[in-house]
Unconditional design. Sequence first.
Length: 119
Amino acid sequence: MSEENGICESCGEFCSPVPVDCGIGPYEYWGATGIHKDIQMLSPCCEAEVVDGGNTLIGTTYHTARKDHADGKVKKGDYYSVSVYRYWRKDGPSWIRNFKKVIQKSRQLELHSAPLDGE
Ligand SMILES: [Zn+2]
């Protein structure tokens, strides 16, 4: 069995836990020094717990931006896709996340290979 069957509790991406030192590091207490280590198996992306779960793509829609988006990723006039994923965790709630992606002009032409009129 692979360990890559968990998702990060923070961002929901599939990942395998990696050892992360959550200790406070070198310390001094009443003149005595030491190094505090606390190794935990956490997600490499967010250092959050890796939980049983997964994600499923529900669907993708395509849009042309009518104005700049607040997140700064999509600018007015950009053609972009929104992919909706359902994330779920074993014995827990499921939640929905949207991912926006700007589609480059060259790629746009591939997607819409219909002849352009009047250009
Ligand atoms: Zn994460």
